[in-house]
Write a protein that binds this ligand. Structure first.
Ligand SMILES: Cc1cc2nc3c(=O)[nH]c(=O)nc-3n(C[C@H](O)[C@H](O)[C@H](O)COP(=O)(O)OP(=O)(O)OC[C@H]3O[C@@H](n4cnc5c(N)ncnc54)[C@H](O)[C@@H]3O)c2cc1C
Length: 390
């Protein structure tokens, strides 16, 4: 046995799980195909739930030092109406993913996790004697453990046992890059909503920022190149276009997708999935990293409990599935509701104007999307009255 637990993937979900397990005295090995620091396409906006999870891990100060702090989100609509939605509690962060992911992995290593970088896992075998097979520096390596954790992102190898997934309905594709010379005061975390697409902008200050535009698949085909699709998306977002006018691109464009709501069965005999490997949402209001870090808390707790009982059959991990549904149900539902609204060009401008005119409404929505308030907050008489009064 190489370890009690082998974690595949060292993004936020995998590193946070390994860190928690190592601190609990579990022998854990974490494997990633990349060598860190590595690039990960992302809007780099961490909502207050993500920052609270970093605080619980004891790495929030380090993350804040690598980025900038936010007290709310700047939101703009298709007609240029814009407003500032403050966080009702806590703080957000903008942090380059290369730095965030590297510092989380380093914390896991300091806690005692064995780290194997530059090792692509090509087969994951759950079951009573779980193993993974990887290619490390040209050699084939087999690792055996009592429990495997699949944290290898959207295209998870660890999740293949569950069969192929249908692509998310109405999924979007994204094109993004770093820029210099942005004409906007930072720091600021922006969400720009358009009739066909949206964009997130992480404005670090000093003109530097990361802009990611999300668009339907047909948009990419129609504009032929990623440059063309990005330019068309920005041109359709009236509050973003002036900020980018004359800015210099500081990195190549990266296109990824499809992005949308997918939920997987997250446990099998000797295996559990965490983070994007267990399911994704379109992270329009920056929910992805928070779900990865909070998922790691649930996964580590479930793993510690299951390992104490001996072998780890699927039924020993069933509580993890229930805990995920309880913990993330409100975020999943709010995200799908917001997605439904922003895909309705007739509803969207009116909604943004209403939110701009009624700050309590916007703050309430953001609070639920950021896990600061339960979903039932949107059913309170005060919020509903604000939403429907003429
Ligand atoms: C364009 C875009 C913008 C986004 N913007 C935001 C945002 O602003 N805020 C937010 O909170 N979320 C955002 N998200 C979502 C967020 O990036 C993810 O939800 C988050 O990264 C999930 O973390 P993870 O650890 O599950 O997976 P990942 O971060 O994807 O990490 C998976 C790791 O597994 C490794 N791996 C994969 N396959 C293998 C293999 N076969 N063998 C070994 N290692 C492997 C990878 O190298 C990687 O290090 C965005 C996503 C996209 C695509």
């Amino acid at each position: 046995m190489d370890a009690d637990v082998v974690v595949v993937g060292a993004g936020p979900a995998g590193s946070a799980t390994a860190l928690r397990l190592a601190r609990a005295g579990v022998r854990v090995t974490i494997v990633d195909r990349a060598v860190f620091p590595r690039f990960k396409p992302c809007g780099e906006y961490l909502n207050p739930a993500a920052v609270a999870a970093l605080e619980r891990l004891g790495v929030a100060a380090e993350a804040a030092a690598a980025g900038v702090t936010l007290s709310g989100m700047f939101v703009a609509g298709p007609d240029g109406t814009a407003f500032w939605a403050p966080f009702v509690a806590g703080r957000g962060l903008l942090v380059p993913r290369a730095r965030l992911d590297a510092l989380l992995l380093a914390a896991a290593a300091r806690a005692g996790a064995r780290v194997i970088e530059g090792c692509r896992v090509d087969a994951v075998h759950p079951g009573p004697t779980p193993t993974v097979r990887g290619r490390c520096s040209g050699r084939t390596v087999h690792l055996a453990a009592r429990l495997l954790v699949g944290a290898d992102g959207v295209r998870s190898v660890a999740a293949r046992w569950a069969g192929p997934l249908a692509p998310p309905v109405g999924a979007r594709y994204t094109v993004g890059a770093y820029f210099e010379g942005l004409r906007v005061e930072g720091p600021r975390g922006d969400l720009h909503l358009g009739a066909a697409c949206y964009a997130g902008a992480a404005i670090y200050g000093g003109g530097a920022g990361n802009v990611v535009a999300a668009m339907p698949a047909g948009w990419l085909r129609a504009h032929r190149t990623v440059e063309g699709a990005f330019a068309a998306a920005v041109a359709s977002l009236p509050a973003l276009a002036p900020a980018l006018a004359g800015a210099r691109r500081a990195s190549p464009f990266v296109a990824v997708g499809p992005l949308g709501f997918v939920r997987r069965v997250a446990v099998a005999d000797g295996l559990l999935l965490v983070g994007d490997a267990a399911g994704t949402i379109d992270p329009m209001t920056g929910e992805g990293v928070a779900l990865a870090l909070r998922g790691a808390e649930l996964a580590a707790a479930a793993a510690i409990q299951a390992l104490a009982a001996g072998p780890v059959p699927r039924r020993a991990l069933a509580a993890y599935e229930r805990a995920r549904a309880r913990a993330f149900g409100d975020v999943w539902r709010t995200s799908r509701l917001l997605q439904w609204v922003v895909r309705r060009p007739r509803l969207l401008p009116g909604l943004v104007r209403r939110l701009a005119a009624r700050p309590a409404l916007a703050a309430g929505l953001l609070a639920v999307a950021s896990e600061l308030r339960p979903g039932t907050h949107l059913l309170t008489p005060r919020w509903l009255l604000e939403a429907v009064r003429p």
